[in-house]
Design a protein around this ligand. Structure first.
Ligand SMILES: [Fe+2]
Ligand SMILES: [Fe+2]
Length: 313
């Protein structure tokens, strides 16, 4: 294919939406078709690009306006800019952005241990911003953003889990910092998961299910990471009824803070799978969470979280 190529940032891409034209990667100066028009870039592919530090993709110049229109017209927000800024939540949005940058660093680095101090610092900022003015945060749209991939999702989960933990009565900043750090790091093992286009859906699912164990393995040797955080990472997919993974733990065998992060994790996943505006997605996620997940969490926590989330929508 001949023609001029123009770059678009990875963040301009919409996930799970058919592309309006072919997108290319620039590898060693050559443009290679990556996905054809009509195909979609799913979340795993988005992650793969992000973890490999790909910041730009390319489109043919004649397709550029189609891409610009596609981004604007699509129902989801194009970029990870943090929650919608308002005069009251400016610092929270700053903490969100800082956490996002640090989370991206730890996911992309070949030496995640070099970035752990930065991530721990971010988790403290998140907690101090949420606890500083919890009741100024009226709406969930001020806590959450569209999650395209694992990095956005991790920040969302951290913020939501701290908010839920606090509203459920946890007041100690040490505990809330563990919740925040557990949220930021809960999916860190995904950077080690190597799903290929050629994998069958079953094979890809089996690989992905290893991420709690892989995440624990990355953190195991980091002495500065509290054991509570390691437990959250290892157990964030365990469910109350024993249907979770990797250990099919039940009931109180699941660490309490891991259960809070699991709820935030489930809720953010449901939001990301929905359609429409963020508020519409949150409403339908809450309905699904209420109806389908009551056996997955202990009844008390499930009911409390539904009430807390309802107040925010
Ligand atoms: Fe996960
Ligand atoms: Fe997750």
């Amino acid at each position: 294919m001949t023609g001029r190529y123009v770059s678009i940032t990875l963040n301009q891409l919409l996930v799970d939406e058919p592309l309006p034209g072919t997108v290319y990667l620039n590898i060693d100066g050559r443009f290679l078709a990556f996905r054809a028009g009509g195909d979609a870039i799913d979340r795993n592919t988005f992650d793969r690009l992000q973890f490999k530090n790909v910041t730009n993709l390319f489109v043919l110049e004649q397709d550029f306006t189609k891409f610009a229109g596609w981004t604007v017209a699509a129902p989801s927000a194009p970029a990870s800019e943090g929650p919608e800024p308002t005069p009251e939540n400016r610092e929270l949005v700053e903490a969100w952005k800082d956490t996002h940058r640090k989370t991206l660093d730890i996911f992309q680095s070949t030496h995640p241990d070099h970035h752990i101090a930065g991530v721990m610092n971010s988790s403290r900022k998140v907690v101090s911003e949420i606890t500083r003015s919890p009741f100024a945060v009226q709406s969930l749209t001020q806590l959450q953003t569209f999650s395209k991939g694992t990095v956005d999702h991790s920040v969302n989960v951290a913020v939501l889990a701290v908010y839920l933990g606090m509203q459920m009565g946890y007041t100690s900043s040490v505990i809330l910092q563990n919740v925040a750090l557990g949220g930021i790091l809960h999916d860190l093992g995904k950077r080690k998961v190597d799903v290929q286009d050629s994998d069958t859906p079953e094979a890809a699912k089996a690989k992905l299910r290893e991420h709690p164990t892989l995440g624990l393995r990355i953190l195991e040797t980091m002495e500065q990471v509290p054991n509570e955080v390691k437990l959250i990472v290892a157990q964030h997919h365990e469910f109350h009824d024993g249907t979770g993974y990797p250990k099919k733990l039940r009931n109180t065998a699941i660490y309490d803070l891991a259960r809070i992060v699991a709820i935030a994790n489930t809720f953010d996943r449901l939001v990301s799978e929905g359609r429409g505006t963020l508020a519409e997605r949150q409403r339908s996620a809450l309905m699904k969470f209420d109806e389908r997940f009551f056996s997955k969490f202990d009844a008390d926590k499930h009911d409390k979280c539904v009430r807390i989330l309802k107040l925010g929508i």
